[in-house]
Design a binder for this molecule. Sequence first.
Ligand SMILES: *Cc1c(COP(=O)(O)O)cnc(C)c1O
Length: 391
Amino acid sequence: MTRSSLTHLECGACGAEHDASRLHNVCAHCGKPLLARYDLAAAGRSLTRESLRSRRTDLWRYSEVLPIADDANIVSLGEGSTPLVRAERLAGEIGCGELYIKDEAGNPTQSFKARGMAVAVSRAKELGVTRLAAPSAGNAGGALAAYATRAGLEAYLFMPRDTPRANVIEATFTGAHVRLVDGLITDCGAEVARGKESAGWFDVSTLKEPYRVEGKKTLGYELAEQLGWTLPDVIVYPTGGGTGLIGMWKAFAEMEALGWIGSGRPKMVTVQADGCAPIVTAFENGARFADEFPNAATIASGLRVPKAIGDFLILDALRESGGAAVAVSDADLIQGARDIARFEGIFACPEGGACVPAVRRLVADGTIGPADRVVIFNTAAGVKYLDTYTQ
Ligand SMILES: *Cc1c(COP(=O)(O)O)cnc(C)c1O
């Protein structure tokens, strides 16, 4: 395989540069997320659209624009390269033009959290970390457990007590140290922050280290390739911490710099549950940052993130793209998952289900036009949510 063209880390807020050969969490100056920067001219000498045809099929095919210096440090379970499924029957029922579901259930650990954790754990291992810690309200826990175990590292997880049982059992089974917390993911994050100095944990919370977003950005590279090196007109993303949305937005800029796509961008749309909609509220208020959402509650555990450290990056992408932010009810998102199942044969997660009522709303208000190509995401397998679907 070819070399990473990683050059440095740059703060997404203040622009300060950080040495990428050292371990970092957030920006040392302003506490905001750090983003990986690459020498894209160098990357483009070996990484071409044509070269991808003969490469491995998992996300490590994009190694020039991923941060791992030495292939020996790659910890992989075959993540990425998920199908982009044309959803004609569901589109017909909703009344929108071309609809696709990026079905992420086929990833290792049955969710797209595998993309981010594969890259973050690989890079942490490369930089000498032995103990990793994270809060998780769901699938991040199972993914961290799996990749840490595979790398021979220890994982410490803090999960809200009402996290879906499958996630807790999966993480425990896969060798993580799991502590259940009476509270929300933000309370779990506070536990990680409190313990990390004394316990020697490296904090891999969403966007509190720079590389999970690098794994998630491969969603954007895959979409472009699967659509014949074009981008969709609208992307509807079930947003918790926003890693995938921020990642895809970054991937589009990188692909433009590589000369693979033009300057056009999809409308980026955040969908959240109405019981936890901090980004939707901030978008509607014209705010640069999102306030913590009070009394956050939704059965879509992946969307139960009352405060996201990457809020401004999400909001910037929504606004620059002419996109939108939509809140849907728990009843509607469950019905959305049922619609994906009964029209397309995909047993979707509640977070994926949330995209369906969002698309209905956007078709009704004209944000999605009749000829638009729309991509939604099934971010995890429905079988991980049996207790949610039977309660
Ligand atoms: C984590 C998660 C999300 C939200 O993803 P972000 O990139 O953190 O916004 C959506 N759906 C599922 C199933 C998740 O596990």
